[in-house]
Design a protein around this ligand. Structure first.
Ligand code: CMP
Length: 138
């Protein structure tokens, strides 16, 4: 389904009080909520979610960071969702993110970069169902 993507508001942005501002930007940019959850990842679950990055030098840091505090997980709906959402969040490194993007506004570093966005339709589906059952999607 090309009209859905998956996002997390990461522990840095939650701890810094940016949940409301980030959700507001997402909704104002035309994304609709399909599912939404305030939750957290154990190190085991974070390792599973980021299994594709296993072996990368930043893997342990990534898993540690993503399990360091609560997150917000969401499935979003919009035409061209994956691509449009990646434009809205900006580059992985906030120093390289375009002005007005979520990461330029709210991220601290490459690791603590405020939000996640799926990189393909296939991963959006996998990542969404990692957090949400069919009964939790509207
Ligand atoms: P995201 O795209 O959500 O998923 C993979 C994450 O790995 C990415 O966000 C970054 O937060 C993190 N990441 C990528 N490169 C590095 C790096 N060089 N150092 C630390 N974390 C990184």
């Amino acid at each position: 389904e090309t009209n859905k993507t998956f996002t997390m508001i990461k522990p840095d942005a939650v701890a810094n009080g940016h949940i409301g501002a980030i959700l507001d930007l997402i909704l104002k940019n035309g994304f609709k909520l399909v599912a939404l959850k305030y939750t957290s990842l154990s190190t085991e679950k974070a390792g599973e979610f980021y299994a594709v990055h296993k072996g990368r030098p930043f893997y342990d840091e990534l898993v540690g960071f993503m399990s360091s505090g609560p997150i917000v997980a969401a499935i979003l709906e919009k035409d061209n969702a994956v691509e449009d959402f990646r434009k809205l969040i900006g580059a992985t490194d906030p120093a390289k993110a375009d002005k007005g993007t979520i990461r330029q506004l709210y991220a601290e570093s490459i690791g603590a970069n405020a939000v996640h966005g799926s990189d393909s339709d296939e991963n959006a589906k996998i990542e969404g169902s990692f957090f949400f059952s069919a009964f939790e999607q509207f």
